[in-house]
Design a protein. Structure first.
Length: 120
């Protein structure tokens, strides 16, 4: 296991809690019953791809969101069963139902918060 992976495993509960605070409480798919009701048949893309999102956040250092969006499309959307092989077409993203696409800036804030509180 590489250092980045070990660091993620150690901080995973902190990242998950930060995402719940920064994202879930604002998410339109998060029900009053405290359960995620995402339309994504694979479950919440944010939690499914959290290790990769942390890696992207650590690799890209930019004040603009576009480089992060591009990295997500090139590395994560192509893995997602909801989009085509190229990652260009996605029925969830086109219908604004992809939480990963919708809340990426909040996810980045959550990751940044954890990293600032618990440096490697």
């Amino acid at each position: 296991m590489e250092n980045g992976e070990k660091d993620f495993v150690r901080k995973k509960p902190l990242y998950e809690e930060a995402v719940r605070r920064h994202v879930c409480e604002h998410c339109v798919d998060f029900g009053a019953d405290g359960v995620c009701h995402t339309k994504d048949p694979e479950g919440c893309g944010i939690f499914r791809f959290l290790p990769e999102l942390v890696e992207i956040a650590h690799r890209i250092h930019n004040y603009q969101v576009e480089p992060y969006v591009e990295a997500v499309r090139l590395t994560l959307c192509v893995k997602c069963k909801n989009s085509g092989f190229s990652g260009d077409k996605c029925r969830l993203r086109e219908n604004v139902d992809c939480g990963l696409n919708r809340y990426l800036p909040l996810v980045l804030e959550a990751i940044e918060e954890v990293d600032a509180a618990c440096p490697s």
